[in-house]
Design a protein around this ligand. Sequence first.
Ligand code: CP
Length: 307
Amino acid sequence: MLKRKDLLGLIDASASEITEILDLAEEFKNRIKKGEKKMSYLEGKTATILFYENSTRTRTSFEEAAKYLGATTINIVAGNSSVAKGETLVDTGKTLDAQRNDFIVMRHPIGGAPYLLAKTVQASVLNAGDGMNEHPTQALLDMLTMREVFGSLKGLKVAILGDIKHSRVAKSNLFGLKTMGAEVTMYAPETLIPKGIDQLGAKLCKTRQEALDGADVVMGLRIQLERQQAGAFPSLGEYAANYGVDKRILEYAKPNAIVLHPGPVNRGVELTSDVIDHERSHIEDQVLSGVAVRMAALTLLNEARKA
Ligand code: CP
């Protein structure tokens, strides 16, 4: 039984906690597929969605998840709020707490910001991505998608290629997948590999072939040009030619390997269009997994609040 007030990262999530979230998410996903979108697990609860960075998938899927569960949702876009007048994060949190919010879903450009908010407020805080640190519900939805295809995460080989240095998705996946017994290989230009990631359990590879050799899952990560002060490689064309995945490169993975990408995708950079739209691509299915995982996280945190 999940005993947390908040879901901030997977760095300290146990295998039983991850399994509990994935099991419930699988159930919710099946119910959504059958058209069930009105449930009462969060009736009478309020979820505020507080985003200081752009988002399509995460923001909308958290909102859908909370609404499907019967909660009232409030959307705050930082640029339209009192944050733009200089209000601190702590004061914003205190205001939301005074309004008796039950959940605050926050995306923030600074790593660690949700930890500060969680210490300040009584509401349960869900990290929807904090800077280059973690994006726990993205990794959980990735793991749900993999588990549905392969039945188990144990022993899976997951190859992650792309902008690993700036990626919160890579870190949350590494923590979660290692905890669940999967192997994680990584490949990127040296300028996009964060120092010490191998000590966290990733196997760093010297070629695309080495990274993909025998892989069950090929995960592309977006090149985050917005987080790069100086270019980490000469051009997007050269990145695509030397580090991207096309149909020929995909052949290095197992014949039944699946392709994932958290989105948004830079078409033709991390993955070519024929890989994105390949029959082995589960990129669209990841989006539905996202709604289900966020429903599971909200429901289990709500149960933990009652206990
Ligand atoms: N994967 C992801 O976090 O996408 P958004 O930025 O659209 O939320």
